[in-house]
Every structure is written in C-alpha cells, then in structure tokens.
Design a protein around this ligand. Structure first.
Ligand SMILES: Nc1ncnc2c1ncn2[C@@H]1O[C@H](COP(=O)(O)OP(=O)(O)OP(=O)(O)O)[C@@H](O)[C@H]1O
Ligand SMILES: [Mg+2]
Length: 731
C-alpha cells in the first residue's frame, strides 16, 4: 500500500498525528478541524504501515452510527475488497464494547447467560414499583430522583457499600434504595446502562487474568469525543491500557456537553498526567464551515472562562451571514423553517442536507406538524424512537419473556396487556412474594398458585398467562427470528388488542408491529454476537441501538434532533430553533455559571454543525407545556459578532400584526366579518370561510388589498386566499 495515499487529504498537523510513532497522544482541537478524520486515518495507518493486526485495535466512538461509519471509512481507505470486513477490530460506543465483554464473560461478571438490558424507561418503572412496595413517600423519594442517584453513583464507580453516608439519614435511605434496586436487578438478570460499564470495569478489576488477556490483545486504543467521558469510562480505559497499551484520544473541551450526566472534561488534563509521555497535538484549521459561521462560533465560545484555548481558522470564504429570524410565535417559527427548506430545495439543495436542532425533544412536535403540512419528509434522530414506542416495547417485552422468563420488567409490562383479568391485588401478592422469598415474579407466580395464595379466578388467569408464555416458547423454538417475532405478536393477543384500537393511532401501531417483523427479518447478527441466540442478539440490538436512527424507508429527509445528539455530525443547512432565554440557555441553567457555560458550549456545538448556511430562530411568544409565554432572544444571540449576522425579514405584515397584538389592539373581534380595510391578520388565527369551513391562518403575505393568506382548512387542505375577497369570519 502506498503510504502517501493514507496521508493524502490531510494537513501537516493532521499528518503528524496520523503518522506519529506508537505512543500516547491527545489530539486537542476545535470543531470541524478533522479530529474524527485523523482517528480514522490513524487506524488505517496502524494497520497498513505499522503492521498492527486489526484484532489489536479498539476504537471508541460516540454513537453506534459513528462506529459503523468509521469502520466503513477505514475499509475504503485501506481499499479492502468490498466483501471483506475488518473482522477482528472492535469499534463501538463504550456501552456496546463493555456489553460485548460482559457477554463473553457473563459468569465471571456474575450474570446469567441471557442477561438483558434494562433501558431508562424500564428502569424508572422498576424503581417506581420498588419504592411503592417498600412504602416510600413518593414526594420525598421520587422514582426519577432515585434513578438519577443510582446512575450517578454507578458512573462514579460506586456500589452501595462504598458510598459514604456522612451520617445523613437521607443519604442512608438513598443507599438503601440503591441496594434494593440492585438486588432486584441481579435476581432477574437485568443490567441498566450505567451497570454495563461498572460491571465491565469490576470484571477487569476482579479478574486479573481476563484483564491481562484484553491488555495483551488491544495494544492500540483510540477514543473520539474524549471530553465527554465520565469517571468510570476514564478508569476503564486506563485499566485496559495498562502499562503497555497505546492510547490516542481526540477531543475538544469547548464541546463538553454532558457534565450534567457525570462527564468530566478534566479527564483531558488527567490523561496527560496519567499516561506515560503523552503528547499533545493541536489542529487549528477548520474544514467544515464558512468564515462567518466559524467566526460566530469562535466569538460565542470566547465568553466562557477556563478554556484550554484553541484558535480556529478557515480558508473558506465568508459565505452567507448567519441568519437571525425573529418569529412571531412557535407556529410562525415552524412555518419559516419549512418554507426555508423548500427554498433550499428549489435552489438545488437536498433534504438530507438540512438539519433542525432544538434544545429539548418536546420542541419537535410543532415543527413536525409544519413539515407534515408542507409534505416535507423528516426523521427524528434520537427522539421518539421506533424501539421506544409503546406497541414495540410491548412486543419486545413478550419476546424478552420468551427469552428469559425471569425478566421482571418484561413480566410487569405484559402481565395484563392485553387485559386478562389480572388485577393490582394479584400483582401485589406476587410482588410481596418476590420480596419475602427473594425470587422473580415468574417464580412467585408458581409459588402463588401452588400455595393457594390467590382467589380461584386470579389463579386461573395467571395459569393461563403462564401457559401462554410456555407455549410461545415451545411453538417458536425452531423458528427463524422473524417468524418467531411474528408468531409472538400474533399469538400473545397484542395484535388483536391494537387492531381494536380505533382510528389512525391503532393503524399506526399495527404498522409498527409489522415493521418490527421486518426489522427482525433484516436483522443481521453482528460478529461479536456469535455466541448469542438470534433472539438475544436482536433484543440487545433493540435496546442498545434504540433511537440512533428512526426506522423507516431510507428516503432523503430532513434531520431533526436535539443539540446534544447533533454532536460530531455536520450538515450544509442548519436551523437552530427556540433560541430564547429560558429555553436555551435553559431556565434551570441561568442561575449557575457552570451550567450556563455548558449551555454555551452546547450552542457552540450547534453552530459548528453548519457547513454552508445557518439560521438561528427565536419566537417572541411560545406555547410550551401548555402555557403561552412571552420570550426574549437568548443571550447567545447577542454574543454573536454583528458583522457575521443578519436579521431575516420576510413578512412585514406578520410583524405589524404582531406589533398591534403586542400593543393590545388585537381585540377579540368574535364573529366579525372582515372588510377590505381590516388587515389584522396573524398566523395562528382561526377563521371560517363560507365554502371551506374552519381553518387556521398559517402564513400572511403582502399588505392592504394585496394581502394573501395561507390557510389550513380542516379536511379541505391548504389554500391561498386573497384576504379582502375571501369574506372570512373570525372564530
Ligand atoms: N485536511 C482536510 N482536507 C479536507 N477536508 C477535511 C480535512 N480534514 C477534515 N476535513 C473535513 O472537514 C470536516 C470535519 O472533519 P471532522 O468531522 O473529522 O472534524 P472533527 O474535528 O471531528 O469535528 P467535531 O469536533 O465536530 O467532531 C469533514 O467533512 C472532513 O471530511
Ligand atoms: Mg468529530
């Protein structure tokens, strides 16, 4: 292989990192400077030039999607024959890699062979149940807080007995809850996300032979997005690297955005202290964004203190200024975004080049509706995920029970779904038994029946449920995965239950269930899952990959996601919406300087996703969580340099209508017919038309007699009407 090919398309600094002699390195650089690219080329270099075997390389990425992309890029860089994959190399997230280790050594890790992953929703449900069972006051000990407490301790590497209770009663109770929860999980063979990492860490710590094995195997470890590692992840890497491993980490302190989840940006500094002769390489040229976008990002982040300090420059043109759009309200904002996406398309752009970024998932709904109305396909990345939808979780719970009858979370979920006359009282009895005898719910069921602990009707219903699960296991034993999935959905009663659900919702649910069968059919067991049954591998895939990408046809569509999940990605056209005080920065963060700076880093991440064109939007009034509130633009907008930004002014009419509204003149003119002189149109206003019936104004253009209104009529579609001719009635 020609060495120069590996270094082509890299600048000097990048080459220095890619071709560095074996050792420990920190590549510290701002957004879009090619950190991820360096990591990918470095791996190819290690294989092609240093002669390192693929199997000796472990690369940690931030998402499973990024892992797949990295693998593919390395393969194409090495120009391997397309049918050959890099078999021995491990590329994945911390969770997927740690999980793989646990699967291989489940017994040494103290887990049953078919242990299952408990996702965050299941975890919360389980905690709710436990807290209730042990008579905790919901107000003093909310399940959410318990969840947070436990995950936090695990992220710090702490088990209940290792926590200092500081003689504090409250703390002692939390420790007790942690212990209760952990015992329950252990009995049922369930591990939550934080547990995956902690277990794998403890496994290495307690079984030196296993650790040595991995240390000998993985001489080369590479980690992307290192600024967002937490304590346990850091320690895990340190343990694994041992004295002989070589570690290259890449990161950007300005993009550390998971402090609230225990990430420690100090890990970058610690790396330099802990790893022998660790050397820092800085990259300073940005290849992603135009001059204006980059300058805006640089200026914004300069408002933070305690930075490691980096300069970023670009050879690119200034490009278009960063647009700032002051929307009248959240509907207007959504319409603006959809109309801008349309113009992007008209100018020859593609849908998947567009991304809409928001602070929290709850902001997506209004945007989704506007996109649907404009018939623009979109995908929510990391939002309401396919594998998290109610009907899918129900079906997966049945499959989990089929796989492992001791899975308490799955048992709880489907014991009475569809209803089969098993009430709370019966469940309480079972739960009681699990506590007294330290057994799982499934076992409790047998005990309850044998020892006549239930009324005749409840016992019969339970017995039927047990028979149902047993028969699902027997009947599907020999089936391929997709047939098994189909059979379980059809014979558990789920399909029939959702079929009876009226209207659109029921239909969508049935479609989703069918989609699950397709997902099972398309599922290819990854090579690391060799040892697992197809079903276990599929269930693992469902819990690990949930939400990284929406299921559905691979058509080109707009990408919608939270700012957090946009990390590492890039798009030619980016919209940041809801950039208002109280939303972004979030209401909770403005009081605390540390958290405010983390919000600013999040804004920096958002801005630096844009390659060609960025628009920042805020709404002057917004209805969120059912409350309408007036908002002011985020301080982050004021922190952008004036010379790089430009206000977007589209519709004077809207602004005027808004001004009148603000001045309190927008009287409630109920039932009045508008004449030519009336020009108080505003988006969001409901009107009635003689022919089309009731509708909502979604767009206003022009003024006076030329005012045109775009109105979404119920059941009649969207129409443009000339305002003074339309004889609209306000409702
Ligand atoms: N030397 C180069 N020549 C041309 N393009 C480059 C070069 N280096 C990186 N790029 C391109 O610049 C973009 C940003 O690179 P990359 O995603 O690796 O940056 P990053 O530092 O990882 O960014 P982030 O901090 O957002 O994760 C990519 O499109 C990449 O292909
Ligand atoms: Mg990157």
């Amino acid at each position: 292989m020609d060495i120069s090919e590996l270094l082509d398309g890299l600048n000097d600094k990048q080459r220095e990192a890619v071709a560095a002699p074996l050792g420990n390195y920190l590549v510290l650089a701002g957004a879009g400077s090619g950190k991820t690219r360096v990591l990918t080329h470095r791996i190819a270099w290690l294989i092609a030039v240093e002669g390192i075997s693929e199997g000796a390389i472990m690369a940690v990425t931030f998402t499973n999607k990024a892992a797949a992309e990295m693998r593919q890029r390395i393969e194409s860089t090495l120009a391997l024959h397309s049918s050959r994959r890099l078999f021995g190399m491990w590329v994945g997230t911390f969770h997927s890699i740690a999980h793989r280790v646990l699967r291989a050594h489940y017994a040494d890790a103290g887990l049953p062979q078919d242990f299952q992953i408990l996702d965050s929703e299941d975890q919360l449900r389980l905690l709710k149940r436990l807290l209730k069972l042990h008579n905790y006051d919901e107000k003093m000990y909310p399940a959410k807080q318990a969840c947070w407490y436990i995950n936090n301790k695990k992220d710090e590497g702490l088990r209940p007995h290792q926590i200092d209770d500081m003689n504090d009663r409250q703390e002692q109770e939390w420790i007790k809850i942690y212990r209760l929860y952990q015992d329950t999980c252990d009995r049922a063979g369930l591990v939550d996300f934080a547990e995956i990492l902690l277990r794998a860490y403890e496994l290495f710590l307690n079984k030196p032979l296993i650790l040595q094995n991995y240390q000998r195997r993985f001489g080369q470890i590479l980690v992307d997005e290192f600024q967002d590692t937490n304590k346990i992840q850091y320690e895990w890497i340190r343990l694994l690297a041992g004295k002989t491993g070589n570690v290259m980490i890449v990161g950007d302190d300005d993009q550390s955005i998971y402090g609230w989840r225990g990430a420690q940006v100090e890990n970058i500094q610690k790396f330099l202290d802990d790893f022998e002769r660790a050397k820092t390489i800085r990259l300073e040229q940005n290849y992603r964004s135009t001059g204006n976008i980059l300058q805006a990002a640089n200026q914004l982040i300069s408002h933070n203190s305690n930075r490691l300090g980096k300069d970023l420059w670009t050879e690119d043109d200034k490009g278009e200024p960063v647009g700032i759009y002051a929307a009248f309200n959240e509907l207007d904002e959504a319409l603006f975004v959809s109309s801008q996406i349309k113009s992007w398309l008209e100018d020859g752009g593609k849908l998947d080049e567009c991304a809409v970024l928001y602070r929290s998932n709850s902001q997506s709904r209004v945007l989704e509706e506007a996109l649907i109305r404009a018939q623009i396909p979109y995908r929510i990345y990391g939002g309401m995920r396919f594998f998290e939808r109610q009907e899918i979780k129900d079906a997966l719970a049945y499959l989990r029970l089929v796989n492992n009858r001791y899975d308490d979370a799955a048992f709880e979920r489907v014991i009475n779904t569809p209803t089969r006359g098993i009430g709370d009282r019966t469940l309480e009895t079972l739960r009681q038994l699990t506590r007294e005898r330290q057994i799982t719910l499934w076992q409790a069921t047998q005990v309850a029946i044998q020892e006549n602990k239930l009324t005749g009707r409840a016992a019969t219903a339970l017995m039927r449920f047990v028979e149902l699960i047993n028969s699902l296991v027997q009947e599907t034993e020999e089936m391929p995965l997709f047939a098994q999935t189909d059979f379980v959905i059809k014979h558990s009663g789920l399909y029939q239950m959702y079929e009876q659900e009226k209207g659109e919702k029921g239909e969508v649910r049935i479609e989703n269930l069918e989609e699950l069968v397709s997902a099972a059919r398309e599922f290819i067991k990854p090579d690391e899952a060799d040892e697992m049954s197809d079903l276990t591998a599929f269930l693992t895939h469902a819990s690990l990959e949930a939400g990284e990408e929406q299921a559905g046809p691979h058509q080109s569509c707009v990408q919608m996601m939270t700012l957090h999940s946009a990390k590492g990605l890039e798009f030619p056209r980016v919209f940041m919406v809801g950039v208002e005080e109280g939303i972004f920065p979030s209401f909770m963060s403005v009081e605390e300087p540390g958290r405010l700076e983390e919000e600013r880093r999040l804004a920096y991440v958002g801005i630096t996703r844009a390659k060609k064109k960025l628009t920042v939007c805020y709404a002057e009034s917004r209805r969120l969580y059912g409350k309408e509130e007036r908002h002011i633009p985020s301080r982050f907008i004021n922190e952008l340099p004036e010379e790089c930004v430009q206000a977007v002014r589209l519709r004077g009419t809207v602004t005027r209508a808004y001004n009148r509204f603000a001045a309190g003149q927008s009287a409630v003119n109920s039932g009045r017919v508008f004449t030519a002189d009336d020009n108080e149109w505003k988006t969001g206003q409901k009107v009635r038309h003689a022919k089309f019936g009731q509708g909502t104004i979604i767009n206003v253009e022009g003024s006076d007699n030329n005012t045109r209104l775009q109105i979404a009529f119920q059941g009649q579609g969207i129409k443009w009407l000339i305002a003074h001719l339309a004889k609209l009635e306000r409702v």
